[in-house]
Design a protein around this ligand. Sequence first.
Ligand SMILES: Cc1cc2nc3c(=O)[nH]c(=O)nc-3n(C[C@H](O)[C@H](O)[C@H](O)COP(=O)(O)O)c2cc1C
Length: 182
Amino acid sequence: MKILIAYDTSEGQTRKVAQHVADVIARSGQEGEAIDIRRPPVGFTLDGFDAIVIGASIHLGKHSRQLSRFVSHHIARLNDVPSIFFSVSLSAAGSEREQADASRYVEEFLIQSGWNPAIRATVAGGLRYREYNVLKRWMMKKIARSEGMDTDTSKNHEYTDWNAVDQFVSGFLAQLEQQERT
Ligand SMILES: Cc1cc2nc3c(=O)[nH]c(=O)nc-3n(C[C@H](O)[C@H](O)[C@H](O)COP(=O)(O)O)c2cc1C
């Protein structure tokens, strides 16, 4: 099985999660290929992939325009093969109400795009202060303080629950195996 892991990132956390997903897939004996949707290889198509994982992050309450374009361009194939969507945000690391926001971002995106992945997951992201410019660092520190998150801007902070990532990838691989058998 050849599995695509396509990711959309601004500060790098979703790339890190995508790479982890690719490693889990490789350890299971399947072939995984990770690509950055903002820099796809020349002549890239979804042909030849038996399953697709897409991961993207939230900024200002939304997934990016680049993600919308990628999904819209490939919608027929995406709805034709088994797929997962995972969405990386700080809301996913927050209170119950914030986690509900993280799920809402996913559902809104899927309704608007017409994509129907078998598995949807929200993944806690990070505060990558070292990657932000001065203004963004100031703004994110202010938000972090109001949410009770880390405010030490001298380093990056990561809230990703790697076991939870392993779990949804393993669930997906089990579904694929079952489909292959039937
Ligand atoms: C400018 C900015 C705006 C953000 N807006 C939101 C938001 O509205 N909701 C949320 O849950 N997280 C928000 N985040 C947090 C990101 O989703 C989080 O840092 C995530 O790890 C980013 O992933 P990436 O590095 O792959 O882009 C924001 C982060 C930045 C820097």
